[in-house]
Design a binder for this molecule. Structure first.
Ligand code: ADP
Ligand code: MG
Length: 619
């Protein structure tokens, strides 16, 4: 059923909203859609016929921002104001990237080595998320211009090795650009989809996706069964790509031209020029045997054979990664059904030949290697738009799922972004002697205290037979089935009593609410960590107080008078700081009480060991 909307501002009819696929690359980014007539994925092209938008941002002195080819021109002239490779910095701290800082010709700020990196342009600071959002905004504007319709919804791809922080940063960048990011999908999954793999329901296939881009190398082994993609293994190098080929050429020419490392470091503009001409040479050598050009008014040359010698060790490293990926997936080369080539650097003949030789197979390279990821993102977008009903959705849990444990802490069983279906279990025990029931409260969210998260369900596991505290074993298991329904089960292992409940985790939660919950968890991360530490100290203190009091009650006369006095003193001191003290004060009081009780606890231990030995007959 097609929906028609009316644009309130203009009064005009609006076409059904388009969901676009976006490849937000280190080097190049682009947008693709499913063509409404042909139903085939196509990359959006401006009148210039180019689909790729270089992921480069330029700031002029008045703060005006340009993105793409226009920004690229400034790499040479204004290296400090021209940002490239920003994807490498997504979700990273300065410490993560300090060894690479000579690679960047702009200023990366080291204000706090634990914190996330910031980039300084002029007198302003920018986060990688903000900078990426400028690229996405440019892509959105371009797409709207080409499609003549608003574009507000998108699927964005990320490398398979991106961690949670990096995925979240990408999502945030989309949001900042005014895009509703319906899904973040893995680049290798997108590339396979672009080749139509996984679109047939009955198909089972094992695919190796070899992605050599500008800044990163990624090999992923995927298995598709019944339309579901499973990542069997990933391997690669987050600092290996076409940029490194350029760098090899640059180093070679520097030697030839007598340019020292110091000179290069001090002449950012010269370094950039070398970088650009080196890249040009590399591209030329993908189709010819020799390159002749000039740098700083001096002639530079390179043959294909010489270039291949330079990059052979780098290419070999990618092949070693492929071997490791297969090993991790416990597969032999023969078990790989398809090999998909992704990334502009797979145009280098030596790369293609080496991969094909290793896998002993013709590789898939009929689609444009720079566009294939975006094309696949468009296929996924189309599935999300409901235009491809036969296909199962690849889904993930939007927020973490867990239960409340002592002190109101959230214990996560299924982390955010887990694949659906998903399963997890953990054992818990009782806090009190003879406790006959246990309350299981299920929550959704990222905060450390359950009160800041969203309660989904609650039930009581009753009928636990009377046992001392800590003895019952209650296994709590979470299962999110393919429909996104969460089933929570609690079972006391010794007695076999069990109880379960079904919940729809996302029920009633809009995308905006999910975003808010996630944003909250980011803004409160530090505070949450401190609260968690405090609650843990309080819980430990409470338990110690109970145990010690019980001990004294059960073993009258076991303590010397001095021990008794000291213990009472330490108990009192701990009680005093329990509710109002800081984590450190509580821990100090716990330590003190432990110290005081250690001698008689050990004495009791010896005694019970001796009596236990007495009763054991050795045959
Ligand atoms: P990313 O995924 O990192 O954004 P791309 O897939 O767009 O990167 O690949 C960019 C890389 O591909 C750059 O290093 C570029 O120099 C390289 N590249 C593009 N075209 C060619 C070519 N014809 N020959 C060799 N390398 C190329
Ligand atoms: Mg890429």
């Amino acid at each position: 059923m097609a929906k028609i909307g009316i644009n309130i501002a203009t009064g005009s009819l609006q076409k059904q909203e388009m969901i676009v696929g976006i490849d937000l690359g280190t080097t190049n980014s682009l947008v693709a859609i499913i063509h409404p007539d042909t139903k085939q994925p196509v990359a959006l092209k401006e009148f210039d016929g180019l689909s790729l938008v270089p992921s480069i941002i330029h700031f002029d002195t008045s703060g005006q921002i340009t993105v793409g080819d226009d920004a690229r021109k400034y790499l040479l002239k204004e290296p400090h104001n021209t940002i490239f490779s920003i994807k490498r910095l997504m979700g990273k701290s300065y410490r993560d990237v300090q060894n690479q800082s000579s690679f960047f010709s702009y200023k990366i700020i080291d204000d706090n080595t634990e914190g996330l990196v910031k980039i300084m342009v002029g007198d302003k600071f920018y986060s990688p998320v903000e900078l990426s959002s400028y690229i996405l905004k440019e892509l959105k504007t371009r797409a709207e211009h080409i499609l003549k319709t608003p574009v507000t919804k998108a699927v964005i791809t990320v490398p398979a090795y991106f961690n949670d922080a990096q995925r979240q940063a990408t999502r945030d960048a989309g949001k900042l650009a005014g895009l509703d990011v319906l899904r973040i999908i893995n680049e290798p999954t997108a590339a396979s989809l672009a080749y139509g793999m996984g679109l047939k329901k009955e198909e089972t296939k094992t695919i190796a996706v070899y992605d050599l881009g500008g800044g990163t190398f990624d090999i992923s082994v995927l298995r598709i069964t019944g339309g579901i993609f499973e990542v069997l293994s990933t391997n690669g190098d987050t600092y290996l790509g076409g940029d490194d080929f350029d760098r090899q050429i640059l180093i070679h020419w520097c030697k030839e031209l007598g340019i020292t490392e110091d000179e290069l470091a001090n002449h950012k503009a010269l370094a950039q020029e070398l970088r650009l001409v080196a890249e040009e040479a590399k591209k030329v050598l993908s189709t010819s045997d020799e390159f002749i050009g000039s740098v700083a008014e001096q002639e530079v040359k390179l043959t294909k054979a010489r270039f291949e010698d330079m990059i052979r060790p780098l290419v070999q490293r990618t092949i070693d990664s492929c071997r490791n990926a297969l090993q991790d997936a416990e597969l032999s080369i023969r078990e790989i059904d398809e090999v998909v080539m992704v990334g502009g650097s797979t145009r280098v003949p030596l790369v293609k030949e080496s991969v094909s030789r290793f896998f002993n197979k013709q590789v898939h390279d009929s689609l444009d290697p720079d566009e294939v990821v975006a094309l696949g993102a468009a296929v996924q977008a189309d599935i999300l738009a409901g235009n491809n009903k036969d296909f199962l959705l690849l889904d993930i849990t939007p927020l973490s799922l867990g239960i409340e444990t002592m002190g109101g802490l959230m214990d996560v069983l299924i982390p955010r972004n887990s694949k659906i279906p998903s399963k997890a279990g953990r054992q818990y025990t009782t806090q009190k002697d003879g406790q006959g029931s246990m309350r299981i409260s299920v929550y959704q969210g990222e905060r450390d205290l359950v009160k800041d998260n969203r309660k989904l369900a609650e039930f009581n596991l009753t009928g636990i037979p009377g046992m001392p505290a800590g003895l019952p074993k209650v296994e709590v298991s979470f299962l999110v089935n393919a429909d996104g329904i969460l089933v929570v089960k609690a079972k006391e292992i010794r007695s076999g009593v069990e109880q379960s409940i079904e919940v729809k985790p996302q029920y009633g939660l809009t995308d905006t609410e999910v975003e808010r919950l996630l944003m909250d968890s980011i803004t409160h991360a530090k505070e949450d960590m401190m609260t968690r530490a405090l609650v843990e100290a309080q819980t430990e203190g409470q338990q110690l107080l109970e145990v010690t009091s019980q001990f004294i009650l059960k073993n009258p006369g076991f303590l010397t008078l001095a021990e008794q006095n000291e213990t009472e003193h330490a108990i009192k001191a701990l009680r005093e700081v329990m509710d109002t003290g800081t984590k450190d004060e509580i821990q100090a009081a716990i330590e003190k009480l432990n110290e005081v009780s250690r001698p008689y606890a050990e004495r009791l231990m010896d005694k019970s060991v001796q009596s236990a030995l007495k009763n054991t007959k050795i045959k």
